[in-house]
Write a protein that binds this ligand. Structure first.
Ligand SMILES: C[S@@+](CC[C@H](N)C(=O)[O-])C[C@H]1O[C@@H](n2cnc3c(N)ncnc32)[C@H](O)[C@@H]1O
Length: 208
């Protein structure tokens, strides 16, 4: 394994405005590419409110696309009693760790782009911090969702950056992302950390 101190996860994901997308290699090289503890999630207004929304709507089954090692999904399970947890990730290393750490999650290895074609059990689909990585498949994926899962729900959490170079031809900032969201929006929550009101996280709950 490479020296953890010398590894920058960006080199495997998005670097100098270009998508690299070597997620399996990244998880092999970096122990914790996106460090986030339960305390971080608790203090994050977007993620915290997402848990509130899931409980309020009484969703029983959530499926997370790009669940990583399952930290966030397991945290949600603790916040929303009775929520059954499932998800997939493209990285076998991430899923094998998730399976050991969080046996309560029904986790599988799959590429979100193809997996949507199979029959998935869920009330609400979660795309948390993953849409930048599936941009080329996003439109087709949404079409499939409309064909197969109309009436169910989608929950998105996504971070935008002031100096973002990658993906801006798809959504140039949160305004455009929200305006062009392809499902019936029920709620939007934005949390910005700079005066431009661009950088920061956006939550959308929508009906397919
Ligand atoms: C920033 S992490 C987010 C993990 C988790 N959703 C969270 O919020 O903690 C993005 C994850 O998406 C996964 N991913 C990227 N492209 C994917 C794809 N096409 N299908 C499934 N998972 C993918 C990566 O392997 C990585 O685990």
């Amino acid at each position: 394994m490479p020296d953890q101190k010398l590894v920058d996860y960006h080199d495997y994901v998005i670097s100098e405005g270009r998508f690299i997308g070597r997620f399996e290699e990244m998880y092999k090289a970096c122990e914790n590419p996106w460090p986030e503890s339960a305390d971080d999630l608790e203090l994050n207004p977007i993620s915290s409110y997402a848990a509130t929304l899931l409980a309020r709507h009484g969703f029983k089954r959530i499926f997370s696309f790009g669940m990583g090692k399952g930290t966030h999904l397991a945290w949600l399970g603790g916040k929303v009693p009775g929520l059954s947890l499932a998800g997939c990730d493209i990285s076998p290393t991430a899923i094998s760790e998730a399976t050991v750490r969080h046996p309560e999650i029904n986790a599988s290895v799959a590429d979100a782009a193809n997996f949507i074609e199979s029959d998935i059990e869920f009330d609400v689909l979660l795309f948390r911090e993953v849409i930048w990585y599936i941009l080329t498949d996003w439109q087709q994926l949404c079409t499939t969702l409309k064909q197969k899962y109309a009436g169910r729900y989608v929950l998105v959490e996504l971070t935008f950056y002031d100096d973002q170079r990658y993906g801006v031809e798809y959504f140039d900032g949160p305004d455009e992302f929200i305006l062009r969201f392809p499902f019936t929006i029920l709620e939007v929550l934005r949390h910005h950390v700079t005066p431009q009101q661009r950088e920061g996280m956006v939550l959308i709950l929508a009906r397919i």
